[in-house]
Design a protein around this ligand. Sequence first.
Ligand code: KIV
Length: 264
Amino acid sequence: MPTTIQTLRAFKEAGEKFTCITSYDATFSHVVSTAGVDVILVGDSLGMVLQGHDSTLPVTMEQMIYHTEGVKRGNQGALIMADMPFMSYATPEQALDNAALLMQAGAHMVKIEGGEWLCETIHMLSERGIPVCAHLGLTPQSVNKLGGYKVQGRESVQADEMIAHAKAQEQAGADIILLECVPSELADKITRCVSTPVIGIGAGADTDAQVLVLHDLLGITPGRRAKFVKNFMAEADSIEGAIKAYVDAVKNGQFPATEHTFKA
Ligand code: KIV
């Protein structure tokens, strides 16, 4: 049975964790979806991972469509979430046109980064049959405004704002909230105060699901490894084995551990 947003809601209601991994092509999409991953993220992280840029800002709509089409061809039943790239959703009308292109390329939902200002866009897409994931916390497309890739929500004003944004986005029709690099206590609070599933990356163990960039979990990303990343290839004898180990570790609560988690 293919994974749908209803499947993810049922996981949350049952208190069962689910998993998400990035893929950018047909081969990895096949490997990841047959290994039991529930959601494939065609992330704009491909700008850094595949293209070698120092941010996600140069990624274009044409590139996201190309990679989403490839992921669709390899996918074996996972839900495909495609990132809307920088400035492709600056207005609700622009978001609608571009989200439609990603859905036609094979996405089952789109992801957009930002807070309460996105509510009008979320409402517009949702009303027209496009499921939306709202990405809060460290939003990489805003790296220049944030002053770097830093943990968000450590001060209580910022934390309260993030809770308010998540609630407003759920009200507007968001089907998933994604939290990146936030203290685990705050991620836990947000997860409990919305009924939409919450996916975390660097957000502790209490979110409903986890996401990692595939190349990070395979230990092949050059440079320093982020605190929230575990190299699952270190103890596996194949790529499939490493992905299955990640799925098992998330489902049985072993990943993320305290060492992968940020505190307030
Ligand atoms: O683009 C991406 O891979 C992402 C994840 C880091 C959540 O947005």
